[in-house]
Design a protein around this ligand. Sequence first.
Ligand code: FAD
Length: 315
Amino acid sequence: MSEVLVLVDHVDGAVKRSTFELLTLAARLGTPAAVFIGAADAGARVAEAVRAYGAQRVHVVDDAPIKGYLVAPTAEALAQLARQVEPAAILIPSGAEGKEVAGRLSVKLDSGLITDAIDVTEDGAAVQSAFAGNYTLTGRVTKGTPIITVKPNSVAPVEAAGAGTVVPFAAHISDAARTAQIVATQPRQATGRPELTEAAIIVSGGRGTGGDFTAVEALADELGAAVGASRAAVDSGWKPHTFQVGQTGKVVSPQLYVANGISGAIQHRAGMQTSKTIVAVNKDEEAPIFELTDFGVVGDLHTVLPAVTEEIRRR
Ligand code: FAD
């Protein structure tokens, strides 16, 4: 069976959950194989992590010559590896960076690309969600090696024993790919909460909070959730832009999304409509967010949320 390459999403060799999800999907299409682009000496640690989710091979590309550059060298390395391995498909996590890598890779391999999938079927089709989650669209790449980016939290990762054999790959990075360099990076302020795009649960607040996120944050902490915000809350200066969910913020797809004091404008929906379960608390029973919700509570969030948090604590 051909390999299905999964680009490992990691921070300094610490593998993110999205990688395990992609390996689970890769097993449906062929032999799961991870591609780790990072410090060569972290290869064994990464292999240990990904073999537990079925990775038979771990292609390790030493990033020493490309560290500090933006995504073009990653696409170049992946393209060279793909030409050698001839995989059945390439799966990439659907972040801003992943989608740029995928786009560049698709040009290099002259292959079709589907972005923001929420599932991949056994016959290689990709499922996307459209129109506020009201439609699912199933599509297939018809040219070259299918390249599919998949949103985090789309599937539950399934543990499966893989060999995790480390295979070093020497990529030849051209000067043309080294055109954009990172000049500074700033670590995210430590909040003790999960990262918004990675979180399985998100509790968000909008203009309806009136700027008081105490109840939103207390519920988030009780659930081990990330905190999100609507643009109205961000524009009011109540939360930084890194918290914004939506068309001009982050696109999230958690298992549970709790929208509090958020009306459900189309631009907000664009960022959260593929969440598995959506709950809203809004004092206006006509609020459009209720068109999307699995469970809705009509009420004041400053009363409802503390009661819910208290009840969860009690249990
Ligand atoms: P509102 O629409 O003002 O809704 C507040 C809600 O809170 C109301 O439904 C009200 O009933 C309820 N409420 C009030 N008080 C309470 C209370 N005490 N308890 C419970 N409920 C209460 N928006 C985004 O979110 N993300 C984006 O990325 C984004 N990008 C945009 C891009 C463009 C180009 C444009 C034009 C707009 C964009 N917007 C985005 C803005 C979007 O159109 C809305 O204006 C915004 O989402 C509204 O935020 P909100 O729901 O918090 O506020």
